[in-house]
Design a protein around this ligand. Sequence first.
Ligand code: PLP
Length: 290
Amino acid sequence: MSRIAYVNGRYVPHREGQVHIEDRGFQFADAVYEVCEVHDGQLVDTVRHLDRLERSLREIEMAWPVTRSALVSIMRETVTRNRVRNGLVYLQVSRGQAKRDFAFPSKAVKPTLVVTARSASKAQLADVTENGIRVITVPDIRWKRVDIKSTAMLAQVLAKQAARSAGAGEAWMVDDEGFVTEGSSSSAWIVGADGTLITRPANGSILPGVTRLAIMDYAAKNGITVEERFFTVEEAQAAREAFITAATATVTPVTQVDETVLGNGKPGSVASGLRAHFHDGLEAISVAAY
Ligand code: PLP
């Protein structure tokens, strides 16, 4: 089945989806995006994702490309047309097409809206559930507005490639003081000796992850303590467990940080439990019944 993309008001075959060479997303990464999980035919945590999109748009002084409810309809339609039952829906909004100039276009231009959807690899999901992933650490060399979910992600591209070249699943970025900020495309967590979940506060130095919030809700409902504080690479290497969270990864156990194997090198019970129960009680919209 060929994939279908939504591009500026039209559903088109994926290979025909195009934006202009002077689109500001292409020229300047003057664009923001969101990724929502599709789980069992349902769009997961859409309200929080769209709340974050609203914030990202506001921070870069852009208006919604379409109304919020129209965007939800487009996301659902894109998922349906691509027959995605488990996977993700990606949306990107750029400031639109205008003669190349760093400052915003003087005349308002229509934002560019692109939505795509794709199925997840079952084999890969089974593999990370069973084996977890290894993370490497790299310096966090990003700009100072990493709280905005912008498409300007060259630092994360380099970090993820470093992970891939090292045969690892993720790269944890580390600030100048030696504290882990987050993964190249995920939030970073460790588990303390008493089972406390530890993650960096969303104080402007990380992207406030939607999955991170979902874990905090789950923890609050299930009597699990969450501590939002900085942690170092050394603390992570000595931790009982570690894991990452992201819409596309839910909860993925980390079994090794750089050269240090955590515990017995297998996914820990806390991370595995969170992964198994991740979707319990989460806000979700039904999409399709195939
Ligand atoms: N941190 C970064 C830098 C990310 O790129 C992502 C996801 O893409 C996350 C954290 C996780 O965010 P979410 O849980 O909303 O997917």
